[in-house]
Design a protein around this ligand. Structure first.
Ligand code: ACO
Ligand code: ZN
Length: 174
């Protein structure tokens, strides 16, 4: 749909009083800012090439939120996996939420919800059957966000995190 320009730069604004926040596709120049947000807000850190390979392979659904100075204040990234459906040999395309975070001072104004909504729309281009994610069982805030999007808990992955915490494996039909 639309011109090449439309699909490459999907801008829209959340007007949060005087400060416009822009949500758009991530570019290679944004990766440093994305890594900064990740290192501040999440214990799971990844090497640069990991972010780069997600951006190279699944650019449509790698989205960032920027403040009015162009600083990256949030991001979301997904990968697409082809694996068997539960109880069937049929292969399914799963959109796997790799990571989402928003800087503390920008939270609670709908930025994560916008990142999710926008990127899930974009993921449909990869012919997704299901969206999936893991989240720490103690991460009440993120679990609330996913429930708001109708994700349900499929099962618990025991000791999923390096510190031994369990994860909820949550899924949503696309
Ligand atoms: N308490 C309860 N529910 C909350 C809270 C909160 N403090 N914050 C957000 N939510 C839920 C609510 O359902 C909210 O909807 P509502 O405002 O209509 O009630 C919904 O999330 C959307 O809120 P947003 O304002 O869009 O969320 P925000 O921009 O604040 O970002 C996020 C949420 C990304 C979870 C943020 O708190 C964060 O960066 N946390 C640290 C990183 C993290 O935990 N990421 C998820 C890890 S799991 C993974 O990446 C697969
Ligand atoms: Zn995962």
């Amino acid at each position: 749909m639309g011109t090449e320009k439309d699909t490459r730069t999907n801008y829209f604004n959340i007007f949060n009083d005087k400060k416009p926040i822009v949500v758009r596709r991530c570019s290679i120049e944004d990766l440093e800012g994305v890594i900064e947000v990740n290192e501040k807000e999440l214990p799971e850190d990844y090497p640069y090439f990991f972010y780069k390979s997600i951006l190279d392979n699944y650019p449509e659904s790698f989205q960032v939120a920027c403040n009015s100075n162009g600083k990256i204040i949030g991001y979301i990234m997904w990968r697409v996996e082809r694996s068997p459906a539960i109880n069937s040999l049929k292969l399914m395309n799963k959109g796997h939420l790799v990571s989402i975070a928003v800087l503390k001072s920008y939270r609670r104004s709908g930025i994560a919800a916008t990142l999710l909504l926008n990127s899930m729309k974009k993921l449909k281009k990869y012919k997704i059957d299901e969206f999936v994610l893991e989240v720490r069982v103690s991460n009440y805030v993120a679990i609330s966000l996913y429930k708001k999007f109708n994700f349900t808990t499929h099962n618990i992955k025991e000791k999923y995190y390096r510190d031994g915490e369990n994860a909820y494996y949550m899924t949503l039909k696309a």
